[in-house]
Design a protein around this ligand. Structure first.
Ligand code: GLN
Length: 495
């Protein structure tokens, strides 16, 4: 039998069903693995007692023949989802000690289906970042190492870096994430895991700490495309508590992803061929194109002419919305309070101490682009660009069913490497941000290793509400790539 922490979710569900092991055993194995990997700093809060209690309840349900879609499966939850009676920090000092009295809809859905929560994973502060280096609770370390420089600790991607590292390090079978500009797909690519961001409106945002409301979407990390589909199925669904949540039927994606892609048209956007992109990424992309042809798909060249404006538009719209969303942290209602001489002083002192540099930078940019006099020049302009980006996709999808691109322009880099240059850091999202601006679904699948032994991902982008196609295409990439590598650190543990 595969070691309990090395299973896929689908395998673990079978094992539970066959009574090969119980959820309590499965959960205990993961709690043990978490204790052995604390140096990765994956969790802000571990919840082993809660996990064991949920696992015991799951075992009872299964015995009673009453098991749900994910019954007994231990998961890691990004610390951006509010969890009732469990501290929720968003990676920020300002929310340290905040214990919600309510549960986010996404976690409610997972618990309805029997999932077990191992803990709350570390992230960039308020999900702002691409490297998990802006968290108040410290950097997360990627379990993968660069073979040319094995002493350097690498970033796990961001902002959902704790979640991606948890799945890669085999300390959770799956994890939740959120993706505002790439925070699921990019960390998935950096850690050799699968990451899915659904269509905007597929998952409820209720109870998820808001960063940029028109871009934020919850999604999942897993070790296979099938597992990611199972997780997303559970997380999705209409929720009257979120007016942007869509009243759409949630398909059983796991049951259709094996279907063939013969005759499907896969678009290759020429604007994603970037100057300075490592050859290996270009080569992997070519390989992906060949895999698609081998599976019977037709490759079509398409153009997304406004791609080059996506990052500038994103870095106006996201900070604008963030500056508004983050105005609620005033030292009165949540978490940290730094008492001042008067109310205004309390607000200012709390915010000065509670927010980190990146969050302050975004609040300042956001307030600037929304201020009278600059609103039309920046914010309105960015919204118009956003519409053009959506129209680019709509045009491309008249010719094809899905798009294939690299997920990120580099493999995982060393902690501190891009810290001195924010623009370099922002460039990491170049291939992921357009889908958020257009509200479209995207999936990153591990597709190979670079010369330093680091994972690289390919991204599949789909039409709105057509997650079915991206899972199906992703499944073909997964089969062809046959990515079985696991981090050295994990292999040593298993030996
Ligand atoms: N890296 C991007 C940013 O810093 C995206 C983050 C995210 O998707 N949450 O805004």
């Amino acid at each position: 039998m595969t070691e309990l922490t090395h299973m896929t979710i689908a395998e673990a569900l079978k094992g539970l069903e066959n009574k090969d092991f119980t959820s309590v055993e499965l959960t205990q194995a993961h709690i043990g693995a978490i204790e052995n990997t604390r140096h990765l700093n994956v969790f802000v809060t571990e919840t082993p007692e809660l996990a064991l209690k949920q696992a015991a309840e799951s075992d009872k349900r299964r015995t009673a023949g009453d098991a749900g879609l994910l019954d007994g499966i231990p998961l890691a939850i990004k610390d951006l989802f509010c969890t009732k009676d469990v501290q929720t920090t968003a990676g920020s000092h300002i929310l340290e000690g905040f214990v919600p009295t309510y549960e986010s809809t996404v976690t409610t859905n997972l618990f309805r289906d029997g999932a077990v929560m191992l803990g709350k994973t570390n992230l960039d502060e308020f999900a702002m970042g691409s490297s998990n280096t802006t968290s108040f609770f410290g950097n997360v370390i990627n379990p993968w190492k660069n073979q040319s420089n094995p002493d350097a600790d690498l970033v796990p991607g961001g902002s959902s870096g704790g979640s991606s590292a948890a799945v890669a390090a085999r300390i959770a079978l799956g994890a939740t994430g959120t993706d505002t500009g790439g925070s699921i797909r990019q960390p998935a690519a950096f850690t050799g895991t699968v990451g899915v961001k659904p269509t905007y409106g597929r998952c409820s945002r209720w109870g998820t700490v808001a960063f940029a409301s028109s871009l934020d979407q919850a999604g999942a990390f897993a070790r296979t495309v099938e597992d990611s589909a199972l997780l997303l199925q559970s997380m999705s669904g209409h929720d009257p508590m979120d007016s942007t949540s869509a009243d759409k039927n949630v398909p059983d994606w796991a049951s259709t992803l094996q279907g063939d892609i013969k005759g499907m048209k896969i678009g290759i956007p020429k604007e994603y061929r970037m100057d300075g992109m490592p050859d290996e990424i270009e080569q992997l992309w070519q390989k992906g194109i060949e895999w698609m042809k081998d599976a019977g798909a037709e490759i079509i060249d398409v153009s997304l002419p406004h791609t080059k404006y996506a990052l500038p538009a994103y870095y106006i719209i996201a900070p604008a919305e963030a500056s508004t969303n983050l105005s609620r942290y005033d030292g009165v209602r949540y978490g940290l309070r730094v008492e001042g001489e008067n109310l205004r002083d309390t607000y200012e002192s709390t915010r000065a101490e509670g927010f980190g540099d990146e969050v302050k930078r975004r609040i300042m940019i956001g307030t600037y682009v929304l201020s009278a006099g600059y609103y039309d020049a920046y914010y309105m302009k960015a919204q118009k660009v956003r519409r053009l980006i959506l129209q680019d996709f709509e045009k491309a999808y008249e010719q094809c069913d899905a798009l294939l691109t690299p997920t990120a322009p580099s493999a995982a880099f060393a902690i501190g490497e891009k810290e001195d240059d924010q623009i370099k850091m922002y460039l990491n999202d170049i291939f992921t941000v357009p889908a958020n601006l257009a509200g479209l679904p995207g999936l990153s699948v591990p597709a190979g290793l670079d010369k330093d032994g680091l994972p690289l991902g390919l991204q599949i982008l789909g039409k709105a509400w057509d997650e079915e196609t991206i899972f199906r295409v992703g499944n073909k990439i997964e089969q062809a790539a046959n990515f079985t590598a696991i981090p050295e650190m994990v292999m040593q543990k298993a030996a």
